[in-house]
Design a protein around this ligand. Sequence first.
Ligand code: AMP
Ligand code: MG
Length: 354
Amino acid sequence: MRKPFKSVFKKSIIISTLLASALLLGACENKQPVYNSNFLAFGTVMKITLVGIPREKAEKVSALLESDFEKMHEMWHAWQPSPVSRVNVLIANNEAFASPPSLLPLLTRSIQLSEKSDHLFNPAIGHLIDLWGFQNSKALQRKPPADDEIMRLLKANPRMSDIIVDGFHIRSNNSQVRLDFGAIGKGYGVELAIKRLQELDVKNAIVNAGGDIGSIGSRDGHPWRIAVRSPSGQGLVALIHASGKESIFTSGNYERNFVWEGETFHHIIDPRTGKPAKGTASVTVIHPDATTADAAATALFVAGPTKWHETAIKMGIKHVMMIDTDGTIHMNPAMAARTDLQGSKHEVKISKAL
Ligand code: AMP
Ligand code: MG
């Protein structure tokens, strides 16, 4: 379902997508050729922007990325038959088995990032995600799970550190570990896509995965400007400048949720309570590596307004914007320097440096 089209950029023209949680803005008039394409992957609209390469090559590069993303999605999907779902069956036996090689790098990165986040980013809580029904985004109204079911899973305390990786073999010390890479898979995919672009000698590009962005280079020598959507759903909250190899990822409570008896339950679960994390509306993180950015956005969302700063330090994150559920924007000074806030309705708190 790829739809290549050539776009003519005017000053500040906005490329928007219905499904995107952020927008990408071009800077100044365009001197180099720009090629845009979009396709579906990871359950979202992927938009590829390639600057300064001939159309014929751009079409080939885009087709390659589309096929890469399709394979990645098939490999890492936890909720349909895939290498991950097969591993989830085997892992429950507490015995060592040979892992699909395609899974090992993602697994290893997930273990490291989970430990750095003090397990706030915890892709081992697949059973909790399943219990809440967030593997299935369709039902808008449903009853939240009973407290005793949540408690049963909390007591089992599944963590990525329960998984032992020994060469190609993996084993879990905890039969309640169930992998769900929903909070990191897209980031890892964007990182691989950026590497692929670099191998193909593409120097200036954006990979926009439904509003989560991986960028390289610049836009005719100007920084890319990435728009972050307001968690309230009304317009933009900020424009963030990006140049060189950088990724900008956002976790938001608006992305997937349901309502029950007037209360909204969103999809980012606090592994300490087994319930949707409280206090955060969205977190945006910039990091050179998209995998880290994705995992960190989820971890800092869970950490919430009081703990995001210390969690960012533990994870080595230097740029954070967190919007709490009262609408206050928290940023570290380096993030504030990279951000043009849009509108003035938010109170802004600048934290200590990271
Ligand atoms: P993201 O939008 O990157 O924050 O990822 C959210 C998705 O990750 C959810 O839909 C779940 O599949 C999964 N998830 C929810 N809570 C957590 C958590 N604390 N750690 C890791 N994955 C999570
Ligand atoms: Mg994430």
